[in-house]
Design a protein around this ligand. Structure first.
Ligand code: HEC
Length: 221
């Protein structure tokens, strides 16, 4: 027996349609194709109306909430013609800002400000936190390393710099916010630290490139 398959051979897949029927379908498809047109089709009226309304609504929004296009404004209710009345709205709460920044410190000093015994000193009740601004701001700007006594307990670690040399490089305002926060949280009751004070100390200690030792800070007061 030869191995050439015949049309009846089950090894040949039966075609789904005959040549004739395929030609018929093609003829219909060719006939029903829309005639190509020259030029552009006009925009649907609905779309035109929608875009017009959107432009109108956006303009109204801008007129109401533009804030005088001042780069200093991020309060949409700000109106430069009533600057006096808005002064209240624009005031920043340093403690709230500081609390957010404190997330970075909490990794070591803990959210409760109690630190970790023998490793990270406490900020709650600490004489460094509640003491001299001159020392506290320097600890933030340049870090602290070596032996230090906090609330009668000894530590000998490494506090990173949050100033120009460190990876964080906080602005004067941010240093002031976070220090004000730790001076008024967990029962601490020391005075607020201003951004101007931070700026002043930053200028005085400008040449400093390594962390302070507790001994050096004691001499500054
Ligand atoms: C990587 C861990 C770490 C981070 C993050 C850190 N500190 Fe410290 N901090 C220390 C260590 C360690 C010491 C003690 C340094 C020493 O032993 O000389 C210290 C000491 C201090 C002190 C002086 C001692 C005391 O407990 O009062 C203050 C104030 C302080 N840190 C505040 C902060 C603030 C504010 C932040 C966040 C902006 C912060 N620290 C972030 C590890 C850290």
């Amino acid at each position: 027996m030869s191995d050439v398959p015949t049309p009846q051979d089950p090894r040949i897949e039966q075609a789904g349609a005959s040549d004739e029927s395929i030609q018929k379908v093609h003829a219909i498809l060719l006939r029903e194709k829309p005639e190509p047109k020259e030029g552009y089709t006009p925009m649907p009226l609905f779309l035109l109306g929608f875009i017009t309304v959107m432009i109108f609504v956006c303009s109204l929004y801008l007129i109401h909430y533009r804030g005088g296009f001042s780069p200093m404004v991020y309060d949409e209710r700000y109106d430069p013609s009533k600057a006096g009345a808005n002064a209240q709205v624009a005031k920043i709460d340093p403690v709230a800002q500081g609390k957010r920044l404190f997330q970075t410190c909490a990794a070591c000093h803990q959210a409760t400000g109690t630190g970790v015994p023998g490793v990270y000193p406490a900020l709650a009740g600490s004489e460094w936190v509640n003491g001299s601004e001159e020392q506290l701001v320097r600890i933030m700007l340049h870090g602290l390393a070596g032996p230090v006594k906090v609330e009668g307990k000894d530590f000998n670690g490494n506090m990173p710099s949050f100033g120009p040399g460190g990876g964080y490089n906080l602005t004067d305002e941010k240093v002031a916010y976070v220090l004000t926060y730790i001076r008024q949280e967990w029962g601490n009751k020391a005075a607020e630290i201003s951004a101007d004070k931070v700026k002043e100390i930053r200028e005085k200690s400008a040449g400093r490139a390594k962390p302070w030792s507790a001994e050096e800070l004691e001499a500054i007061k």
